[in-house]
Design a binder for this molecule. Sequence first.
Ligand SMILES: Nc1ncnc2c1ncn2[C@@H]1O[C@H](COP(=O)(O)OP(=O)(O)OP(=O)(O)O)[C@@H](O)[C@H]1O
Ligand SMILES: [Mg+2]
Length: 602
Amino acid sequence: MPIFSRFAKYLKPYIGSTLLAVVCALAIAICEMGYIYILADTIDALKLIETRGFEDGSIDVRYFQVEGFFDGIEVSLSGASVALQLVGWVLAGILTLVLIKGIFTYFNDYLMARVGHQLILRVRNELYGKIIFARLGVLREHRTGDLMSRVTDDVRTWQNAVGSTANIIRAVVFIPVFVSMMLVRSFKLTVLALLVFPLLAYLIARFATRIRNTSAEIQQYSADIASQLKETIFGIKIIKSFTAENAERKRFATTNRKQYRIVMRRIRLTSMLPPLIELISAIGIAMVFGLGCWQVIRGELSTGWFIGYVAMISLMFKPIKTIGHFNNVLQQSLASAERIFYVLDFDSEVDEGNKLLKLPIIRGEVEFCNVSFGYHHQPVVKDISFHVDPGEVVALVGPSGSGKTTLLNLLLRFYEMNTGDILIDGYPISKVTLESLRRQIAMVPQDTILFDGTVMENIGYGCPDVTHDAVIEAAVQANAHDFIMQLINGYETPIGESGLKLSGGERQRISIARALLKRPPILVLDEATSALDSESEALIQDSLANLMKGRTTFVIAHRLSTVAHADKILVLDQGQIVESGTHQTLLEKAGLYQKLCQIQLR
Ligand SMILES: Nc1ncnc2c1ncn2[C@@H]1O[C@H](COP(=O)(O)OP(=O)(O)OP(=O)(O)O)[C@@H](O)[C@H]1O
Ligand SMILES: [Mg+2]
């Protein structure tokens, strides 16, 4: 139930449209009633003509008459030829009703379809916002494909449900309108017809839970399919080089098949409901039929209204079928709602943003004070303390997995440290806004990430007001200008998804140019030169050296050339600083650094 009320809350802004749709539905129901009136009153009029003829005077036919309430519209017939007029009246009446009903049906459908799509628009944006502002740790816990299917598939289920409320509103409005009309015509018959209602309600509710459970499973399999698809496309080279195509295909087929089985289970359920509703409805109709005949014989009901009544009751069970069908869609959307709300409940990074102060333009002094952190329970960074003066270059070295990248993740607050604090110019980073912090730090990550767009867009990423010249200058400094000019359209060349149309080294140089453009007081280079050959690296070393001047720089590097020039070298091992000093002093110590120099650093 909380899921349902939360789902309902999402529809609150659309209450106006929904009410309008209800008004339309009311008009449609009244038009349908009009048909019944014309049908019943005409049959009764024809009977009068049959029995009495016109010889002894004219006959008054009353349309839309409700005994005791409304006298109806009178049509006088005085001869056989005039009786033809009746046809004209009926035709005009029906055509008018069809026209009115058509207009209102259009608006009813349009309004609710609009609500459905407005809901998608809003929920998708909200989900995207939640994902983009989520903590990195939260996102890493989820499969990309799963998140993708929540934003696309599950949201679509919602839209389906809301879109089909046009029918449900009509159905829900129909039933009271018809029931009250039926009560006016024959109280006894109506009570008899309503006897089957509780049975129908029970049936619909019985199916609800089962449909919802299968729907949740189906959505889960959709997520699995999306996940595998994403991994396949990203890892296609590995798959092909390990000739694992058939194995992957089998894995995919298995998931697909599993989803198919559950979909079929749901179809068996959803297809069973309408015939069952029809069966119970038939019982109702049959009972009404029997009692109705009896009432006609006893003169309590006219033949025309007997037929009209039977028509009404058959028309009334149609909306019940619609409700049953809608229930299927609703249960599916509630299953999706759980998956959508799960993402909407993601912890956001910016939650406490308003309590924080803005970090002013910094000089670049950094101090780690007893910083400890673990991704889960296992500590990865243990009680790290060190101090960096503005403009210093600090190299982090250490075996793979020793926590170098993690340490820099903490500086950018991608993860929150467990204990200790990091001070920048004396400001604890946990007390400043993320935006003001990250704006002043540029990073070139270990795994270069570029976006689908042109070279220009990628270098200027995150700097909307940047000039063309500034981009080129950054590219020149990053030693990327020459290769960019050789691309078909130079700076305007699209580089493909994730920059896959470029070589690894080219991607890395663009990534460096992007960081250069930001001109930050603090620079973070996580093996920024690892994908460069010796020649390119030599070229880039100069520009990096220029760039580092006057900036506090953290470098993680496996190359001696980068590390040797650092003002300070921190040697990490298993999350702890085991040695620190300059290249010279560390070599003299004959410790881990010296060993690393011999075996790992080149
Ligand atoms: N997102 C994560 N969730 C859980 N554990 C992680 C995560 N990222 C890294 N680790 C673990 O934390 C430890 C330190 O990883 P880190 O990436 O900081 O190492 P590193 O020193 O940068 O290594 P390398 O030189 O190979 O890049 C590793 O044991 C790794 O398995
Ligand atoms: Mg690393």
